[in-house]
Design a protein around this ligand. Sequence first.
Ligand code: ADP
Length: 436
Amino acid sequence: MSLISFTSILLVSLVILTTQFIVFRDWVIDFEEEDIKSRATQLEILLNNENNFDSYNKIINSMDLEVVIYDENKNIVLNNLEDNINYIKEDLINKNEIKVDFNLEDSYVYLTKTINIDDKNYHIFIQKESEAYNDFFENMMPIYMSILIIGAIISLLAGMYISKQFMNRLNKLSKTMIDVKEKGLKSRIEIKNPKDEFDKINIIFNEMMDSLQQSFDTQNQFVQDASHELRTPLTILKGHLKMLDRWGKNDPSQLDKSLKISIDEVDRLTKLVNDLLELGKVEKDSIIDSQNINLNEDLHDIINDFKMINPKVNYKLELDKDLYICMNPKHFKQLMIIFLDNAIKYCDKPSPNISISTYKTNNSINISIKDNGVGIPKAEIPKITEKFYRVDKSRKYNNSFGIGLSIAVQILRLYDCELEIRSEVGVGSEFIIKYA
Ligand code: ADP
């Protein structure tokens, strides 16, 4: 990773430098060509104003140029070149040409041209040092190169540091994952800085593991609770069957008693198995079969059924006629049966009173089922929707397994409904379904 970042930074810097250099060189060439051309024209004008070669020499020196002038017979008539004349090639004569010669040590611009002085043709060769180019190589190039080298070193070191940090953190995550794979769900990653991007991923990982752990724990607990609930009636059943086997055949009163208890326990078992099946089924049931339910009509129907089975209960209905909710009717009926069953079951009065009302508030349509039963202690209210939770752990309330309200909550969750529970021990309880 550090090598890739180093190479890419180096390549980018090289491309930028080369581009800068090419642009600069083109600019210098244009500048020098224009400059030497205008100097040649200027020189031609000045030379035409003078009439001897001595004064020519003065003008040329004052213009800071190196010049060779040949006459038409290719004889040198003027030469102020500092270096030896030999390197001026013969073929330069008779040519109109500008040449820019750049090299690392000294860069020169040359011009060859035929000029006219006092109606005679001369071949002129002008040589001029390219100061801009030489300056660039002497002063700017070392700075550019140093910047490039220092930048490359810094990027290499920074790349190495960053990739080391990155790898360390990645290793920590993968080590924890291996721990989870080998030793179970308990391992978590230590969070040092919650604002750090890497630690944000670690936090998500930890939260994911927490919820996995929680659902495993819940599942384990469920299996344990379910087995426990199943074991009790089975043990009782087995005890009575043994008793019947030993004495019941000849003792009609024992036979009657044991058969009655056994049938009750089988009923209990059947109810428990049905509840468990119902609990597992809720999530698979679709809410696609939802339809508009007229609360007034459906609640009247349900209460009429309840009246037939529980004639001693006083039902009070306060139903708004125009309230509808969208729900699978099977779910709606299941909910009402759970709340009404509980209202009747957990009542110690000889004639239970149940008030069912529907009303609308700003945010929701509400269905309230209120009873005058035993009530629930405040501290237990949040727990009663948990699976297998019962306030009274004895077998006082037959067919009570602590599953009804968990089924209700699961159904309500499908429709994003809330459940509010108000209760006072000895006074009664109210369960309010809030349909948003
Ligand atoms: P079950 O009725 O099968 O025990 P639920 O999940 O329906 O299971 O209820 C859980 C517990 O909540 C009950 O065991 C009971 O203690 C308490 N409870 C539920 N409804 C009422 C109510 N209307 N009045 C008093 N207690 C209630």
